[in-house]
Design a protein. Sequence first.
Length: 117
Amino acid sequence: MKCLSPRRGLFLDIGFLICLTLGAFVASARIGLVPLKSDDGVAVMFAPWTSAADSMTQATDSGGRFVRFGGLPFVAIVMPADRTYADRMLSRGAWLVMDPKFLAACAAALSYSEPTS
């Protein structure tokens, strides 16, 4: 029986821990960011390679009314037709469905730049 070298075993352990951490992060974001009250709209995030036209089409085909894009072409802000909209979007391939206020706070934090004198 052939054993792994200590260095290769270490890389496998590190790779496993990275995958586990990323999986836990994505799962908690996918569950925790779903808005409890969707009356003010929701932000639907698709894969980054999704075009603006595709993200708008996918977001409205599931019973949402398009409002605007969320700063990036793969994020659509929509007014859902009913309370099951978020579940339908997640089952149809959306990466995240979240409160647009959270998205606005993240965008503001990412776009901050130091004032020049």
